[in-house]
Design a binder for this molecule. Structure first.
Ligand code: ADP
Ligand code: MG
Length: 468
């Protein structure tokens, strides 16, 4: 029986957290036999090492030659504190300290190069931002060895082969499975704990890539698939998936069971607790997925069950994504023009922007869709170029953006069998003066998304949460 367990930033965020994590790893090994650990970079809130790394790179490229040095010092301190808090003085501790120092020096050198060149490619960004997990796994593995559990830190660059889409690379599963079999399987058979970096991979040529922000969850699922794991567990800092982001609504509650489809919608529409790409490798390979709290391990957390299992109806959770724009293409002459939607989204796709929500008025006189706020101007320019003739002929009257909007999404498979959900949502929001700018229903019929003004986000989430 193989269990893959992923520990998020806070779960390895300090010496104390790593100790808790080590206890959980030992218990799992006793129960399951073979345990694979995936870890993120250290992330005691509010300071996440990955953010420090990214910040160093971004300030360096912007011409700031000092900040990255301060960040290097800060990161050195975070790791040295953890190492000294966990490891007994001696040769092993010295070796880990030295190795950690080499990563920090490498960070400084890479930022210096970025600063001098004045250029930060996605490839360089991946090399820099993936170092957090390379540092944390070495510390965790050394601590496990110290407490008598054979463990080996492994960089996922040795295991997870990806395409070269830096910043959001996709795994090549055949090659990955081969490498994992070769490198990880023998360790498991010898009773050694592989402590593997989340977030990173490498191209076939060995260039470091990353799987996208929050991608360590995805790493765990990739390894779970490659090893035909019995289960994948995501350990984080909250009691599983909750009815909404507990930072937005403090009385958010745990959801004991969710279907794969429900958790996909939640993750896709902003519930940061699980990376959306984690789900597919698990669902396609029938691998159960659990989300649990490192700091409250007795709590059962959330189990994700197959879509065909009966689960209770109604609204289960609400999420929000902020800092978006709603772009509208409108004109009375649009009805007659074939392929408007295809051309619209073709132009958007060429701008390399992802669309989270689309809504079309039934009169076909307008199409609207959301993009990240920062991309809105570029998307409008692309659309104006695409439709320059239609604009000149006034078939299309205008292409415009409403900035600073949020998408609020309610999720629950039972919603389609429960009449009147939309009505209850609208009246709850209407009563509190929240104007709904647009609506879209998810294709899987287990979610409804509402577009509201950014300033209404908190109120909208709180009022909808009261209905759950
Ligand atoms: P990790 O470093 O463990 O991956 P993340 O910060 O990525 O942790 O994800 C956990 C956080 O997700 C929680 O602390 C919580 O603030 C946030 N979150 C957002 N939406 C939800 C939700 N619906 N349920 C639980 N947590 C949520
Ligand atoms: Mg995460």
């Amino acid at each position: 029986m193989t269990l893959v367990m992923k520990f998020g930033g806070t779960s390895v965020g300090s010496a104390g957290a790593m100790r808790e994590t080590a206890v959980l790893i030992q218990q799992a090994q006793q129960e399951w036999g073979q345990v694979v650990v995936v870890a993120s970079g250290m992330g005691s809130k509010p300071v996440k090492v990955t953010d420090l790394l990214l910040n160093g790179a971004h300030t360096a490229v912007a011409g700031d030659g000092e900040t990255y040095k301060q960040l290097a010092a800060q990161m050195r301190q975070i790791h040295v504190e953890a190492i000294e808090g966990l490891l007994e003085p001696g040769a092993e501790r010295d070796a880990i300290l030295a190795e950690n120092g080499r990563f920090i020096d490498r960070f400084r050198r890479l930022c210096q190069a970025v600063h001098i060149l004045g250029e930060l490619t996605p490839r360089a960004l991946d090399a820099i931002s993936g170092m957090g997990e390379q540092m944390s796994v070495r510390i965790l593995a050394a601590y496990l060895r110290q407490i008598g559990r054979p463990a080996e830190a492994i960089d996922a660059t040795e295991l997870v082969v990806t395409d070269d889409n830096f910043q959001a690379a996709s795994p090549l599963m055949d090659l990955t499975t081969m490498k994992v079999e070769e490198r990880v399987r023998p360790l498991l058979e010898q009773g050694v704990l592989p402590i593997i970096t989340g977030f990173i991979g490498s191209t076939e040529d060995g260039i470091t890539t990353t799987l996208g922000r929050g991608g360590s969850d995805f790493s765990a699922a990739i390894l779970g698939q490659a090893l035909h794991a019995s289960e994948v567990w995501i350990w984080t800092d909250v009691n599983g998936v909750m009815t909404t982001d507990p930072r937005l609504v403090p009385d958010a509650r745990n959801i004991p069971r969710l279907t794969f489809r429900e958790v996909s919608e939640l993750a896709y529409y902003g519930a940061k607790v699980l990376h959306p790409k984690t789900i597919r490798p698990c669902v396609e390979n029938g691998i159960p997925l659990r989300i649990k709290n490192t700091f409250n391990p007795a709590h059962p957390g959330t189990v994700i069950v197959p879509d065909n299992e009966a689960v209770n109806g109604g609204v289960k959770a609400v999420t929000a994504i902020k800092d978006l724009s709603l772009i509208t293409v409108e004109g009375t002459g649009m009805i007659g023009i074939p392929g408007i939607a295809a051309r619209t989204f073709g132009a958007v796709a060429r701008s390399d922007v992802s669309v989270l929500l689309i809504s079309q008025a039934s009169s076909e006189q307008s199409i609207c869709f959301s993009t990240p706020d920062a991309a809105a101007d570029a998307v409008i320019a692309a659309l104006e170029a695409e439709f320059d003739e239609e604009l000149a002929r006034r078939d299309i009257d205008r292409i415009w953006a409403q900035h600073d909007i949020s998408i609020i999404t309610v999720v629950g498979v039972g919603m389609r069998h429960t009449p009147g959900i939309a009505g209850r949502l609208f009246s709850a929001l209407g009563k509190h003066g929240v104007n709904i700018i647009a609506i879209a229903q998810g294709s899987s019929e287990c979610s409804i998304s509402l577009v509201v003004d950014g300033g209404d986000t908190g109120t909208a989430v709180a009022r909808i949460h009261e209905l759950i």
